[in-house]
Write a protein that binds this ligand. Structure first.
Ligand code: GBH
Length: 487
């Protein structure tokens, strides 16, 4: 693909510092399968994916990549690729099948084997406690609209921290609470599929509170020198038209500041509370909560894929709502009724998301200017494309997967990271989403983000050209030359 003229993010040969971490990321429900094994309880994603009409083609995570049974093979794959780090998530319902009560030892054992398998291969474990698979029993009691869920999360964090704490390099509480709150309870595009604007904002707060309680719990049980973090999908907004600034202020408040400000400054943004006053009175926020949410962070994880175009609706012309989530009925933007979401200029990935590496550079620079002492890590970046699968007897699997578009995407976003470093950002690493093709939430298996292809008939793993390219990057810490599949 070609970016707009003047955008040079080709970066060939640029070198990252020696300690810059280059790795990959996955999430439990998206890869593990074994949904009913070894005492795992049901999560909201089991319920959601088994509800007709919710996920493309009726796909579920019952088998997914069968990673649960192919752990050793996948660990060897990571070692072959020379990954410096692997970011995975822990399935809460494997640890506590109903979300509260004693630990399920078999669940802890699986992650213990994973962490040990990483360590013996010299790969740094980056663990996320919550990547969206809430125990269904907690949802039945109100889910993230219920304060008790935040408290249960603190207990869960203490269990996992006590069992694995000292062997994990970086502990992350939540992945993308924006998605959990606004897609889960606002638009309904994600589990539990609720479309209640006030509930989405209650979920925002209870996720923030869970983050704070989770960090407190981890720090109280982990004795080793480990890092603590959270991962946010911060949005980069592009404002258009007369009300551009106002549209950006409102959406930036809902998407970014409503998480960053309590976590890093100990307060909620007054303008967000005012903007959403007709939706909720925020009475679920109790005295002292903002201080609980604000716990020291060693590194902030940032997930970045695309930019978001907004403008204010003039009240007359037909509305545009191209925010990619309109299908499930509700809005993921409670209180922002006057904001329209615009389709940005291409090129696009197979998700329909526009490709704009400059957005990543700007995001890293702006977060680090706002929070100068906070180190950053890109904990997800990557793209779905339609890969070209061809027979190739020279490859171990007999098959080659050509994905120059993905290599181009990764190259340009890594260049954006390098530029941010040159501009003084304390950026510690970059993790590609994803190691494997996997269950892409509402899109099921129809969208492939992996640098390694998964054949869903045989569950065979087939490294794509991008995996070979990324291995070269990880080995040399330099952005490689043109696609390597010719070699
Ligand atoms: C991440 O979510 C998840 O952490 C990961 O599990 C998932 O597989 C991966 O990304 C790929 O989706 O609505 O058109 O304006 C990212 C979710 C993607 C939500 C970008 C907001 C904005 C695009 N975000 N999206 S659009």
């Amino acid at each position: 693909f070609d970016l707009a003229p003047g955008d040079d993010y080709r970066g060939t040969g640029l070198r990252f510092p020696d300690n810059f971490v280059l790795g990959s990321a996955t999430a439990s429900y998206q890869i593990e399968g074994a949904a009913r094994e070894d005492g795992r309880g049901p999560s909201i994603w089991d319920t959601f994916s088994h509800t007709p009409g919710r996920v493309w083609n009726g796909d579920t995570g019952d088998v997914a990549d069968d990673h649960y049974h192919r752990l050793d093979e996948d660990l060897d794959l990571m070692a072959d690729l020379g990954l410096h780090a692997y970011r995975f998530s822990i399935a809460w319902p494997r640890i506590q099948p109903t979300g509260t009560g004693p630990a399920n030892q078999a669940g802890l054992d699986f992650y213990s084997r994973l962490v040990d398998g990483l360590l013996v291969r010299g790969i740094r474990p980056i663990a996320t406690l919550y990547h969206w698979d809430l125990p269904q029993a907690l949802e039945d009691a109100g889910g993230w609209t219920n304060r008790a869920t935040s408290e249960a999360f603190g207990d869960y964090a203490a269990i996992v921290g006590a069992a694995l704490g000292d062997r994990v390099a970086t502990w992350t509480t939540l992945n993308e609470p924006w998605c959990s709150a606004y897609l889960g309870y606002g638009s309904g595009a994600h589990a539990p599929g609720r479309t209640e604007p006030a509930s989405a904002l209650a979920a925002v707060h209870h996720l923030n509170l869970a983050h704070g309680l989770g960090l407190q719990a981890l720090r109280s049980v982990v004795t080793a020198q480990t890092e603590y973090s959270v991962t946010l999908n911060l949005h980069v907004f592009r404002g258009f038209g007369d009300g551009a600034e106002e549209a950006v202020r409102q959406t930036d408040g809902l998407a970014n500041r409503v998480f960053l400000q309590p976590m890093l400054e100990g307060s909620y943004p007054a303008d967000v509370l005012a903007d959403t006053a007709s939706v909720t009175d925020w009475s679920f926020v109790r005295d002292g909560d903002a201080r609980t949410i604000c716990q020291p962070l060693d590194v902030l994880g940032v997930n970045y894929y695309s930019t978001t175009g907004v403008r204010l609706w003039d009240g007359v012309s037909p509305r545009q709502t191209d925010d990619g989530h309109k299908d499930a009925g509700g809005s993921p933007w409670p209180g922002a009724d006057r904001v329209e979401f615009l389709r940005m200029p291409g090129p696009y990935t197979a998700m329909g998301w526009n490709i704009e590496p400059a957005g990543l550079e700007e995001l890293l620079v702006s977060v680090s200017r706002r929070y100068p002492s906070l180190p950053l890590m890109v904990t997800e970046n990557g793209a779905a494309f339609d890969d070209e699968v061809v027979e190739d007897p020279t490859r171990p699997t007999g098959v080659a997967v050509h994905d120059d578009d993905r290599i181009d995407y990764l190259r340009r976003h890594l260049t954006a990271c390098h530029r941010a470093l040159e501009r003084g950002v304390d950026l510690r690493g970059y993790l590609v989403w994803s190691l494997l093709d996997n269950f892409e939430w509402g899109y099921g298996y129809s969208r492939r983000f992996g640098i390694v292809r998964v054949d869903y008939d045989t569950l065979e793993r087939i490294p794509k050209d991008s995996a070979r390219w990324f291995a070269e990057l990880a080995r040399t810490s330099r952005i490689p030359a043109e696609p390597l599949h010719a070699r």
